[in-house]
Design a protein around this ligand. Sequence first.
Ligand code: SF4
Length: 108
Amino acid sequence: MNDHNPSRRVFLRTAALGIAAVPLARFATYSGNAQAQDLPKAEDGHALDYVNDASEADHEKYQSGQKCESCAFWAGEEADGWGKCRHPEFTDVLVNAEGWCNTYAPRG
Ligand code: SF4
């Protein structure tokens, strides 16, 4: 079979690029493009001993005054005291500025 037909070559090249782009488009969907307003609010116990009110943390690592708002993973408030956390366990929820989990890391 002879492949000297330029339009056939363009078609095959375009189809190959389209197929290659599908996984990339899906990855983009999973890579943090979720809008904050679409995310549910984390519930106590979501992960890593998380609680929405740090004063209710019943954990040996908790120290008074620690809360999401002052954590290195805190990505900033979105609305009404809720915001995103950069820790992988919390990418699909909003956390409370007054919350806490056992991975709390003070901002440097
Ligand atoms: Fe809050 Fe834990 Fe996220 Fe820090 S890592 S912002 S303490 S949920």
